[in-house]
Design a protein around this ligand. Sequence first.
Ligand code: ATP
Ligand code: MG
Length: 658
Amino acid sequence: MSETLENLYSETRTFPPPAELAANANVKAEAYDEADENRQWFWEQQAKRLSWAKQWDQVLDWSNAPFAKWFVGGELNIAYNCVDRHVEAGHGDKVAIHWEGEPGDSRTVTYSDLLKSVSQAANTLTELGVTAGDRVAIYLPMIPEAAVAMLACARIGALHSVVFGGFSVDALATRIQDADCKVVITADGGYRRGKPSALKPTVDEAVAQCPSIEHVLVVRRTGEDVTWGDKDLWWHETVEQANDQHVPQAFDAEHPLFILYTSGTTGKPKGILHTTGGYLTQASYTFNAVFDIKPETDVYWCTADIGWVTGHSYIVYGPLSNGATQVMYEGTPDTPHKGRFWEIIDKYKVSLLYTAPTLIRTMMKWGDDIPAKYDLSSLRLLGSVGEPINPEAWMWYREHVGHDNAPIVDTWWQTETGAMMISPLPGVTASKPGSAMTPLPGISADVVNDEAESVPNGGGGFLVLREPWPSMLRGIWGDDQRFIDTYWSRFGKGAGVGDEWIYFAGDGAKKDDDGALWLLGRVDDVMLISGHNISTTEVESALVSHPSVAEAAVVGATDPTTGQAIVAFTIPRGNVDTSGDAGEKLIQELRNHVAKKLGPIAKPRQIMLVAELPKTRSGKIMRRLLKDVAENRSLGDVTTLQDSTVMDLISSGMQESK
Ligand code: ATP
Ligand code: MG
């Protein structure tokens, strides 16, 4: 991408916070000024939300940039902050997790229960020889033991490396090998799509290729038969029998907390390293500020899997450090029926919901009548994360889920940033559908051109972060050079220009006329059409704004006349007829619709109507595979693809349409 992104889309709707929410908001507008005045002082105030065993001597040490140290000399225990201190404050009987299994079984876990289980698991891991600095792989379904296992590792200073429970033998084995894990914590299986889905056989195969693994700790969830080896131990025969007293030890603020591999949307996943004090400070602060949590009355639900960073920061560390009550759900949104999510919200009276655009668009496809059948009146705030949310999906979320008054917080962040970076503040910001709006207090995000110059309002370019932030990654596990090359060598000092270290996020963005930020997808995905840089996101949003479209993915394919031409893959809404001529007519209508919305330059050369799109396991569209199809190439790395049959269908459809 050179210079700027064309700015094709304009949005004029704004939605100010409801008056009552604004009046009682945890964080008010002053926070921005305070943080601007003195960023380090601001983060120091947020660190005081936590309980420290030893106070820090220095807020930030940036002398070895881009390797940061935050709260230097401070000491704390993360598990103590997420569990013990709430029990000590008299909240032991408060529900930490309302767990809902896919088959409809449920469990209630209080903070006292959590303390007992985490202490037992910490004692068991210690007996198994795990000590501070060791790595433990976690490969579990969405059951409370997943949170317990993570907190137990944190409690004894071992690093967890959570691997999504849907990943293959290879994906699990390479992640175990990359981090030299000593123990794997897994289960016999979990429930998915109405039946038990085994995990243990995958672990058995992976462990056979991983000599570093000494023990495999197995939770019994489905009760299905498993093959038993000499490294295997049942969770209920070890952890649940262990001593439930465990004294947490304080660790250095920069003690490593976890390794987490990125989603793999753009290529080979990177083992992102996070540490203790700064990470928890920002995870805890942002959860409080952006979800406006009132721990006494709110019920929060994040639909992400614990295998993604969203599950780390906003199922485990953010909510639990705030003493929140949350829902955890094991299964898929359409089992046993397509109203399952709304049923759960109704059942637990969920007030704060955090989900992903992919799910919102799926719900749009399924139809408005489904959420309408449930009582969603408990919801008072809605969040979105993972991809840009198209303005029409945002509106659908607001109208059909948020009964037209719950504010939506569109939160931009990455595995690398550890916690939210750009988002509205629900009690302050008048939000625009599709925009993540402004950097949070204490965060300095900017949109720049090729020369790292800030673009004016109305301009587009690269999203960068100009100042270090507490929950920033401390590196890529075992590969400092890749860390520097990937994030710090595009702009600023790392590129040999000036004295400022500038973090390159890899995402395109624009500032609208009011200075609000719009995320426009991956820089690698930007299309160059007849000399114009056009973002995939804007064309996709134009398609989704048509009433017949639920979801769209757009790529630039080589074209003899225009350099690249736009090829769009579009999923129609459930009630739309696409058979024969009706399909052809819709395609023409959609091409014209995009041209009308964004200008003739953005008119797609080709539109294919498809039933599904290729997505990562975390639900993000993998445009690079669609580009391979559009350009008639064999497919690149598909290991993080959710469903490989999707690509066969799309490829054969593409051949027919030629
Ligand atoms: P990889 O780095 O391996 O390709 P990934 O980037 O998909 O994988 P994550 O760290 O899970 O892995 O995702 C972060 C990315 O998700 C961001 O860089 C951005 O592209 C996208 N993203 C997350 N939240 C938002 C949001 N609110 N708006 C727009 N994009 C978002
Ligand atoms: Mg990424």
